[in-house]
Ligand binder design. Structure first.
Ligand code: BDR
Ligand code: CA
Length: 369
């Protein structure tokens, strides 16, 4: 199978963590690196969370780089009420062992894209600060990358941060504007792709889905205890054959916090899993229908700064600069998440870095860090 070289730019974050696991579970993904940006939590904690999740998944070999830790011009805002005080809800992972890369996230993106021109897919799951810095440093970046797919914006639905703004754009609207101008330039062969809340809020993960995933991993219900308790799952990472169970426990602890948040603010006990959906669409475009639109970022509003203003009726008469996801097959995506991640966790050693005992396999990083 020819694999897709992918860089993920994240602000891990509960749903970012779910996306990292999806990437680890996907045989077609060649995960080149993960770059970290401030958003749900400060960038340093993002890098800590990202490395801890990757190490839990047996992928401590993946390079993790830090980027700029504040937005381009605005003060940083973070979202502990959504993702927990350290970004991973109630989950507590052992401190990461592997050091953070010495490369700056923006340099990493430029260098990897230049090393394999036209091959690398960049998927952004947080504010666009790192990508903006990268394209300001290297204006050829849109030509060097194969594709840019972003979880960003809210096109025909309300915002989730202010009435009309989505979190990732809200945190750094100037960065989003820089990225749209550079990657949406009319002379380029492809447009960037954005999944906004219109489609990502269709991807609702429930407790029942988590139970189905646990079933698929082969955890017995009397060990898993069906719903909200995780008693019976191993807590000691050194226990043999327990890595799949540990990851399910991690998911349960992280998602319990996220589900409580959605229950308070969105009226259902479950969670929108925005970021894994964006990654899934980057890997399988048949999951979404896209529409080419002209989109501008509101930068000077009194109430709407950070809004993704889309010209649905072509009133501006400008060339489209963004492919916006307008429909998504959310059921197929959720089903795929359960099957892909569940089967991966049920088969330690097959791919994701577990050895035969289910322990995280030790790997040597293939980059100088
Ligand atoms: C986006 O904001 C963050 O809280 C999530 O991780 C996701 O990337 C949704 O608006
Ligand atoms: Ca995110």
């Amino acid at each position: 199978m020819s694999r897709v070289p992918v860089i993920l730019d994240v602000d891990t974050g509960i749903d970012d963590a779910l996306a990292l696991l999806y990437a680890c579970a996907s045989p077609e993904v060649e995960l080149l690196a993960v770059t970290c940006v401030s958003g749900n939590i400060e960038a340093r904690q993002v890098a800590e969370n990202t490395r801890a999740v990757l190490e839990l998944a047996g992928r401590g070999d993946v390079e993790v780089a830090l980027g700029r830790d504040v937005p381009l011009v605005r003060p940083l805002v973070v979202a502990p009420e959504t993702h927990g005080p350290r970004g991973l809800g109630y989950a507590e992972l052992p401190a990461a062992l592997m050091p953070v890369s010495q490369r700056h996230a923006a340099d990493l993106i430029i260098e990897e894209a230049s090393r394999r021109p036209g091959e690398v897919t960049l998927v952004t799951l947080g504010p666009l600060t790192n990508v903006a810095v990268a394209v300001l440093r290297e204006p050829l970046l849109p030509r060097l990358l194969k594709r840019l797919v972003m979880m960003a914006g809210s096109y025909r639905s309300p915002g989730n941060t202010a009435p009309t703004t989505e979190w990732n754009v809200h945190v750094d609207p100037e960065a989003a504007s820089v990225v749209l101008s550079a990657f949406g330039a009319p002379e380029l062969a492809t447009r960037p792709v954005a999944l906004g809340l219109d489609v990502t809020e269709r991807a609702k993960l429930t407790q029942e889905h988590l139970d189905l995933l646990a079933d698929r991993v082969g955890l017995h219900r009397d060990g898993w205890h069906g719903s909200r308790t995780i008693e019976g799952l191993p807590r000691d990472p050194s226990e043999p054959s327990s890595q799949g169970a540990l990851i399910v426990r991690f998911l349960a602890d992280a998602l319990r916090f996220y589900m409580e948040f959605h229950s308070r603010y969105d009226g259902f006990y479950g969670a929108f899993i925005h970021d894994p959906l964006a990654l899934a669409v980057a890997l399988d475009p048949t999951l979404a229908r896209l529409e080419a639109l002209r989109v501008e970022i509101e930068l000077g509003g009194t109430l709407t700064t950070g809004e993704t203003v889309a010209d649905w009726r072509r009133t501006w008469g400008k060339t489209p600069n963004l492919d916006v996801a307008v429909e998504v097959d959310a059921d197929r995506f959720i089903q795929r998440y359960i099957e892909l991640v569940g089967d991966w966790l049920a088969k330690p050693g097959s791919d994701g870095g577990f050895d035969e005992d289910g322990r995280m396999a030790a790997r040597t990083p293939d980059v100088a860090i």
